[in-house]
Design a protein around this ligand. Structure first.
Ligand SMILES: Cc1cc2nc3c(=O)[nH]c(=O)nc-3n(C[C@H](O)[C@H](O)[C@H](O)COP(=O)(O)OP(=O)(O)OC[C@H]3O[C@@H](n4cnc5c(N)ncnc54)[C@H](O)[C@@H]3O)c2cc1C
Length: 498
């Protein structure tokens, strides 16, 4: 007789992607373990930019206000010129406040703080990362994955129904699976270091030697800390010193200033930039998320964000399938996320080329709000073509009023692990209530009023239209009221049949 698995999901790696997946599975009641080979949390600032779309994800996961309280906005950049003068300019373009897009600029927060907030949220669900526990072997069977876990004290074998490799750019899981990781090394090697220093203000991002890859150095105050993050290209070969004395010399050489002095080096790393994309994101019961599936140059602050959103895309699908949804739902993970990563690799390498030419300005293209799964297998063909947004697009926010007179945001209705069906201008949608689906009417006499007309405008709906929103905040389907059978068919496909 078949033995039950020890756990439903084993997450290998507790970086940003593994932790996001863990929270999403925890809030869905999935039995999982999350292991991390490091003995303690990683301490570097690395991915310090949280883009607006990831902010929306973190709002859904219940941590956005904590992150904003601990981080801050990006300061202007100060470019020092060779004649000793400097010019200040805006680095991050900020779009106008817009109720459809509540977050309009990147949040700066060091990655080690973001990950601490994620771990705290995970703890609120009663889960902890197992530190000092390394995945050292795996084998895939028809019904489960056998994983060898090694700690300093012991070696154990466990069986999981699914395994997720959230184990970073040098992914062990990817290499055991033999999944190719083609791409290129970008011919740029760089130093990154978190330091305390004196001699520079904390109100601007100091940039020296822009456009000169031998002399360039950028020193950014890390919001919410007393640290600065130093980033500087270094020679492709040879040792690079990262002690306080070494960095003093590098700064003096590249800035011509002797008044900038390093205090403590909290963390430092020298790395070569790569742009690579895994050939596959899934092999049967094993998935790759985050840097294990794609690595980017840091330009544009996309890597951590893409990683978090991989996990957010996979979490609800794994939970649904474990709960009885058709297994084919899992095919949509690679189908949706791999093209997104391919596009983002193009964006971040393009921004790297611009930076090498001394151009640094970031706008909407890095916000990740326009990413879409339109045209994919989970984006039902619209019955009424020409509607914007389309099925597969991000579902916009909107300000509504509850029948009790309180203000309500659409994102408040979406928050949580459920699907949401919105029907415009009708009291009771004909789709019946069921577990995992929240149904709301919007319009006169309904539980929600579209007093400002935002919902109608942002979704382009007509009276009687229905909008089905996925648990990860993308539109699954927009249908006219006469097409209730389309909605039922769609719900059956994702495991929500009556
Ligand atoms: C200098 C620099 C600047 C960056 N700037 C930005 C930025 O501004 N914005 C942005 O979005 N991104 C940025 N990034 C990228 C960002 O840091 C990564 O994309 C992000 O960390 C990926 O998260 P992850 O969870 O997929 O992988 P990781 O953070 O690499 O986590 C993987 C984890 O898996 C663990 N692990 C590995 N193998 C095993 C095993 N066999 N068993 C158990 N555990 C294992 C590792 O120890 C590690 O903790 C930057 C990166 C660098 C280097």
């Amino acid at each position: 007789m078949e033995q039950p698995a020890d756990v439903d999901v084993l997450i290998c790696g507790a970086g940003a992607s593994g932790l996001t997946l863990a929270i999403d599975l925890a809030r869905r009641g999935v039995a999982f373990r999350i292991i991390e080979k490091l003995p303690a949390p990683f301490a570097g600032s690395r991915g310090k930019g949280i883009q607006p779309r990831s902010q929306e994800v973190f709002e859904d996961l219940g941590i956005i206000d904590r992150l904003f309280a601990l981080g801050g906005t990006y300061p202007p950049q100060r470019e020092y010129l060779s004649d000793g003068s400097f010019a200040d300019s805006v680095l991050m373009e900020v779009s106008d406040p817009n109720p459809a897009e509540p977050f309009n600029q990147p949040l700066m927060i060091p990655q080690f703080v973001t990950e601490q907030v994620l771990r705290d949220r995970l703890a609120e669900f009663g889960h902890q990362v197992e530190y000092g526990c390394e995945l050292t072997g795996l084998e895939q069977g028809a019904d489960d994955v056998t994983a060898r876990l090694t700690t300093t004290a012991q070696e154990r074998v466990i069986r999981a129904r699914y395994l997720v490799g959230a184990d970073g750019g040098r992914s062990f899981v990817r290499s055991v699976l033999g999944v190719g990781f083609p791409g290129k090394t970008l011919g740029v090697r760089a130093l990154v270091a978190d330091v305390t220093l004196e001699g520079l203000s904390t109100d601007v991002w100091h940039r020296f030697g822009e456009g000169d890859m031998e002399r360039q150095i950028a020193i950014c105050p890390l919001a919410g800390t007393n640290l600065f993050q130093i980033q500087a290209p270094v020679p492709l070969e040879g040792p690079v010193g990262v002690s306080a004395a070494d960095l003093d010399v590098m700064i003096a050489d590249r800035t011509g200033r002797s008044d900038v002095r390093i205090g403590i080096v909290g963390w430092a790393s020298v790395y070569s930039m790569n742009a690579r994309l895994a050939d596959r994101y899934r092999v049967e019961r094993i998935f790759l998320v985050g840097d294990a599936a794609h690595t980017h140059p840091p330009t544009g602050g996309q890597g951590l964000n893409t990683s978090v959103q991989d996990a957010y895309n996979l979490g609800w699908k794994l939970a649904a399938v474990l709960n009885g949804a058709p297994v084919s739902l899992l095919d949509s993970y690679e189908e949706e996320r791999r093209p997104i990563a391919a596009g983002i690799l193009g964006l971040s390498t393009g921004l790297l080329t611009q930076m090498q030419q001394g151009v640094m300005r970031r706008g909407r293209e890095v916000h990740q709000l326009d990413l879409s799964y339109a045209g994919g297998s989970l984006a039902a063909a619209d019955c009424d073509s020409g509607l914007t947004p389309k099925a597969g697009d991000r579902a916009p926010d909107a300000e509504l009023t509850g029948a009790a007179g309180q203000g309500r945001r659409l994102f408040d209705l979406f928050a949580g692990p459920h699907w949401t069906l919105l029907r415009y201008g009708s009291v009771v949608p004909e789709v019946s209530a069921r577990q995992g689906l929240r149904i709301h009417g919007i319009g006169p006499g309904c539980e929600l009023r579209d007093n400002g007309g935002q919902f109608q405008r942002f979704y382009g709906v007509k009276t009687g239209d229905c909008v089905l929103v996925r648990p990860d905040g993308y539109i699954g389907l927009i249908a006219a009221s006469a097409r209730i059978s389309d909605i039922e068919d769609y719900l059956a496909k994702v495991g929500l049949s009556q």
